[in-house]
Design a binder for this molecule. Structure first.
Ligand code: SF4
Ligand code: SF4
Length: 404
């Protein structure tokens, strides 16, 4: 059954998805919108499903109004990249058609989440340059050194989160774990135990992970994944070797390679995609990054193998801050790489989403001049370098013109 979206601003997500965050918050969309629509410690999920906030989003989508909460998807489309919205409409549109038809004033007649994401904790062993203490406990010390402030990590409402998960397991098809680092979260393994106890080993598991570890305490992620047919890992790996260790402080490149090998040997069914965050640090190295990823066999090039996460915040790390001359060189290097290597060596049908993703990166970079933020980038980078005993130019010599 083909699906015709009722309006240009329509997205299937509010009819089939929720994100549960460990502290009780429920947000309407994992991918880009962080708007809170309820709290699972205070209300049941069916109540939150039709909360005033969620109804307002649905009603605006059906009426074709601009939905400000969905700005990032709209920007992705504007820059020519794939958006989660287009993917969700394509994959799930026909499945939610009846619910959409029965929706009145934004109230959906059916509580049937197909896709749930859960943030089981902010516990993480890394302190990535582009992250902060709100997502990683690894960042707490550096945050205090940088700002003089103490960040309070929110309490995880474990019992209520497991109970909320249990309430949707019958309808669920996709369960996405985010963190912190989900593989270092006890709650993640308890959630998997609950899924298995419910007989749902057919569930598609998906993860955002830094791949620094496949074990935690007595739990082995590999042992769990062997019991599920569909597992996808979206790897937060931003660069190669020491450059990645600088950007993703706490990760050890050799261990990442070993874990990749363990996956290949013990859980070859697990699909691996790389999801680099593209910032002012690593954008110039993208051609080398991509070529290494493919030629080393770290990933198999297919549509969807590379998902480029264009960093927009903090704004002073965005690729829009780079000087025009540098942007021109990066644009030319990436275009040359695409023309002379990627498209010459690999079938076009395997490259399509990668091409669109890179087109979006370049369009975003070249759209605006934010070079007035360069002084903040230099200052913050050097302050963190000093705390960590690092030197940005040792790993990113191409930035010498900025720091020299
Ligand atoms: S349009 Fe994008 S941000 Fe909005 S609900 Fe859909 S996927 Fe989420
Ligand atoms: S691995 Fe993820 S959660 Fe941990 S510091 Fe990096 S970006 Fe943040």
């Amino acid at each position: 059954m083909s699906f015709e979206a009722p309006s240009l601003t329509f997205c299937a997500i509010p009819w089939m998805h929720l994100e549960l965050q460990g502290d009780g918050k429920v947000v309407f969309c994992r991918t880009h919108g962080q708007k809170e629509i309820g709290n699972f410690c205070q209300n049941t999920l069916p109540e939150i499903w039709n909360s005033p906030e969620q109804k307002s989003i649905r009603a605006r989508m059906i009426d074709g109004e601009g939905v400000s909460e969905c700005g990032k998807c709209l920007r992705n489309e504007h820059f020519g990249s794939l958006s989660t919205r287009s993917l969700a409409n394509r994959l799930y549109g026909s499945r939610i058609q009846q619910s959409v038809a029965g929706t009145e004033s934004g109230k959906s007649p059916e509580f049937k989440p197909l896709y749930l994401s859960i943030k089981t904790s902010t516990h993480c062993n890394c302190r990535c340059r582009t992250c902060g203490p709100w997502n990683s406990t690894g960042w707490l010390g550096d945050y205090t050194k940088l700002t003089g402030l103490v960040f309070e990590t929110p309490r995880i409402e474990e019992k209520q989160l497991l109970s909320a998960l249990d309430s949707v397991l019958d309808s669920l098809e996709l369960l996405y774990f985010v963190g912190g680092e989900p593989l270092l979260s006890e709650l993640h393994y308890k959630a998997l135990d609950q899924v298995l106890a419910h007989g749902r080993d057919d569930l598609h598991l998906s993860y955002s992970t830094n791949l620094t570890t496949l074990k935690f305490k007595s739990w082995s992620a590999l042992d769990y994944w062997k019991r599920f047919e569909h597992v996808t890992l979206s790897l937060s790996v931003d660069d190669i070797g020491e450059r990645n260790e600088y950007l993703r402080k706490g990760s050890v490149w050799q261990e990442l390679l070993e874990n990749r090998e363990l996956l290949r040997r013990h859980a070859p069914h697990v699909r691996v995609i790389v999801h680099p965050t593209i910032s002012a640090f690593n954008v110039a190295g993208l051609p080398h990054y991509m070529e290494w990823m493919i030629s080393s066999g770290f990933i198999e090039l297919q549509n969807g193998s590379f998902i480029f996460n264009r960093l927009e915040e903090p704004e002073h790390q965005s690729i829009q801050i780079l000087p025009l001359e540098m942007k021109n060189k990066i644009t030319s290097d990436i275009q040359t790489y695409l023309r002379d290597q990627l498209l010459k060596n690999y079938p076009l049908e395997h490259c399509l989403t990668t091409l669109r993703g890179l087109k979006g990166v370049l369009a975003y970079m070249n759209e605006a001049d934010q070079s007035h933020r360069l002084p903040t980038f230099l200052k913050e980078t050097q302050a963190l370098d000093q705390i960590r005993g690092e030197a940005v130019l040792s790993d990113f010599p191409e930035l010498e013109g900025l720091f020299g």
